[in-house]
Design a protein around this ligand. Structure first.
Ligand code: AMP
Length: 184
C-alpha cells in the first residue's frame, strides 16, 4: 500500500460506523452511511476505487444491490462508463438471467437484465464490502455468462478473515479494497 492510500485508509476507517450485533448477534456491521454523508470521505473513497482504471476504457460499472448502486453510480460517472444494476431476484422489470449462490443458511439469487452486457464489454464490479465473497463471486459468474470481460472488482471494505478476496482471485478477477476490518 502506498503512503497516500494509507492516509486515505485512516480517514475512511474513521468515517465508517460499526454496529455490534446487527443484523444478528456476533456480526459487526460496518455501516458506510456515515462515510457517504461525509463529503470528503465519499469523494476520496470513489477516487481511490477508480484510480487504477482512470484513463482506461471501462464500458460498464456493475453495482450490487443496494449499497453498490450508490458507489457504482459515482464510479461510473467518474469513469464515463455506463451503470449496470445487479439486483436481488424479482426486482428487474425486463427479461433477466440469474445466478444462485450459497448463504450461511440456504441460497439467494441475483439477476441482471438479459441485454445488460454486450459480449466482450469491459466491466468493473463494485460493492461496499466483501465478506465471504459469495455475492461478488455470483455476480462475476453471472456477468461472465452474459459475455462481460471483468476487469476488476472494487470494494471499500475487506473483511480478510472471511477470505472473500481469494474467491475472486481464483476466478482471475483482480480485487481492489481500500480498508480492512477484523472480524465478521
Ligand atoms: P459476502 O457475499 O459474504 O461477501 O457479503 C457481502 C454483502 O453483504 C455485501 O453486499 C455487504 O454489504 C454485506 N455484508 C456482509 N457482511 C457485512 C458486514 N459485516 N457489515 C456490513 N455489510 C456486510
Amino acid at each position: 500500500m502506498t503512503d497516500t492510500l494509507n492516509t486515505i485508509s485512516e480517514e475512511l476507517i474513521a468515517s465508517i460506523r460499526t454496529i455490534p450485533d446487527y443484523p444478528k448477534e456476533g456480526i459487526l456491521f460496518r455501516d458506510i452511511t456515515t462515510l457517504l454523508s461525509d463529503p470528503r470521505a465519499f469523494r476520496r473513497a470513489v477516487d481511490a476505487l477508480v484510480q487504477p482504471w482512470a484513463g482506461s476504457k471501462i464500458e460498464q460499472v456493475a453495482g450490487i444491490e443496494a449499497r453498490g448502486f450508490i458507489l457504482g453510480g459515482a464510479v461510473a460517472h467518474q469513469l464515463s462508463a455506463g451503470f449496470l444494476p445487479v439486483r436481488k431476484k424479482g426486482k428487474l422489470p425486463f427479461k433477466t438471467i440469474e445466478q444462485e449462490y450459497e448463504l450461511e443458511y440456504g441460497t439467494d439469487t441475483i439477476e441482471i437484465h438479459c441485454d445488460a452486457v454486450k459480449p466482450g464489454e469491459k466491466v468493473i464490479l463494485v460493492d461496499d464490502l466483501i465478506a465471504t465473497g459469495g455475492t461478488a463471486e455470483a455476480a462475476v459468474k453471472l456477468l461472465r455468462s452474459a459475455g462481460a470481460d471483468i476487469v476488476a472488482a472494487c470494494f471499500i471494505v475487506d473483511l480478510p478473515e472471511l477470505q472473500g478476496r481469494a474467491k475472486l482471485e481464483a476466478l482471475d478477477v483482480p480485487v481492489r479494497t481500500l480498508v480492512e476490518f477484523p472480524g465478521h
